[in-house]
Design a protein around this ligand. Structure first.
Ligand code: GUN
Ligand code: FE
Length: 446
């Protein structure tokens, strides 16, 4: 058993951000067994018979928050983060992304890059990541091994694509199905407690209807999550619909492929029509909002308020390397900025996203979008303890707080100005992982 004591910040819903002072949280075998605000910590410690080496007392300038959730990140593209952003989506995929992903048939190379992406995202507070890997089964399995070893909660997607891709980076029709089924079975049989496979058709342009239909059958047979991209860029939308005859619009392609489920997350959704949003709502399919990527490869600006008003669950994604940063703090900031810009052309009663909204999206909202909110996303008895200790007075960086500042303002400052230096501890399922991730990076130099 471990006891945490201090200021706790979490969302109960998008409109209910809670600051709980002097709060005790007790964790047993990874799960939260007790939460008590305004508690007498010594009394609770004695009642539960917890020894002092298992007590974490937060400092004056620290608070405890749920771990952050990246609902869309391409692990192999981590090595491209920060360059190649001059082309829009389809040109960018051909010039930068497909050649880079091809290199992950090499397991030694994959091992080096995947170790770094898992460790670095953990250090930056991503306790759960929904990953795209590449088409290579063995290196996707390796990503699962690495996330398990370093201690991140993750969904691992072996990418499926069988058409309209370069001849050096495409799956044969037969092996595409065989490989994904073997991937799911192998990863599930490892019984890693925090790692799950995800069925991952890349997007409607590079997947035949036949492949997508079979993938949906496998997702249901093995009860796994599904992820893909939708309606990211105008040229992409046009090509996708022209390729799938008889489909009314982009969402209809996935509807006809039976890929829309309550365990499906679609990245982007910038150009979805009202009709498409209604269909997604009916299937309870969620959206990963990736604002850095949408700005960096100039895909467009997604109106998250509109998606939420239609009842969709929306999480945040970094979409590395369409997005140049693998930090969810960066995704929060970009989400606010995009929303502010959109608001300039809306009526006065339009409410742009604020720091409370994006804090929710980075935590409970992301968990809801991935169907994980029975396990993580905030602090409730019975949930698994994925958490960050945030230090609002790091010894360096731009984050500065003053003694008389309200907690609301401090949280807003952290969201706008914080980085990994202000994240002092990271826990996944009750296990502290930040120090281990840093050590891993020290050993593994590329
Ligand atoms: N659509 C299909 N593949 C990709 C990808 O790798 N990144 C992004 N941003 N969009 C995609
Ligand atoms: Fe993506």
């Amino acid at each position: 058993m471990k006891l945490f004591y201090g200021l706790v910040v979490h969302s109960k819903s998008i409109d209910d951000l809670c600051f709980l002072p002097n709060t005790v949280i007790i964790v047993d075998k990874g799960k939260i067994v007790c939460i008590q605000a305004n508690a007498d910590v010594n009394k609770v410690q004695q009642e539960h018979n917890i020894s002092s080496e298992n007590v974490v007392i937060l400092k004056e300038n620290e608070f405890l928050m749920p771990g952050m959730i990246d609902t869309h990140i391409h692990a192999p593209q981590y090595i491209n983060a920060g360059f190649g952003l001059e082309l829009p989506l389809l040109g960018w995929l051909n010039k930068y992304t497909f050649p880079t992903e091809t290199r992950f048939s090499d397991l030694k190379f994959a091992n080096e890059v995947y170790t770094r992406v898992v460790a670095n995202t953990l250090i930056n507070g991503t306790t759960t990541a929904m990953y795209f890997a590449t088409i290579h089964k063995d290196s996707a399995l390796l990503l699962g091994d690495i996330a398990h070893q370093i201690g991140q909660r993750a969904f691992i997607g072996k990418v499926s694509m069988d058409q309209n891709s370069p001849e050096y980076y495409i799956e044969e029709k037969g092996s595409a199905i065989k490989d994904i089924e073997e991937f799911i079975v192998s990863l599930q049989s490892k019984n890693y407690p925090n790692i799950q496979p995800a069925v991952t058709p890349r997007f409607a342009i590079t997947c035949s209807m036949n492949l997508m239909k079979t993938l949906s059958e496998l997702a249901s047979k093995y009860n796994v999550n599904i992820q893909t991209h939708v309606s990211e860029n105008p040229a992409e939308c046009e090509v996708a619909v022209s390729l799938h005859e008889g489909c009314r619009d982009y969402v209809d392609i996935y509807a006809q492929a039976n890929l829309l489920t309550a365990k499906t997350i679609l990245a982007h959704g910038v150009y979805l029509s009202d009709k498409e949003l209604e269909v997604l709502h009916r299937y309870q399919t969620s959206i990963s909002h990736c604002p850095n990527s949408n700005c960096s490869i100039r895909s467009g600006m997604c109106d998250v308020r509109r998606l939420m008003e239609k009842g969709l669950r929306v999480g945040l994604g970094t979409d590395v390397s369409g997005g140049f940063s693998s930090s969810i703090l960066d995704a929060m900031r970009f989400a606010i900025t995009v929303s502010n810009i959109l608001s300039l052309s809306k009526s006065e009663d339009y409410k742009p996203l604020n720091f409370r909204d994006v804090f929710f999206m980075a935590t409970l909202g992301g968990a809801q979008a991935l169907g994980l909110d029975d396990k993580v996303g905030n602090f409730e008895i019975g949930k698994e303890f994925d958490a960050l200790v945030v230090n609002l007075a790091p010894t360096d960086g731009n984050l500065e707080v003053w003694p008389d500042e309200s907690m609301e303002n401090r949280l807003s400052k952290w969201i706008h100005l914080g980085d990994d230096r202000s994240i002092s501890r990271v826990y996944v399922n009750g296990v502290e992982v930040k120090e281990g991730a840093i050590n891993t990076l020290r050993i593994k130099r590329l």
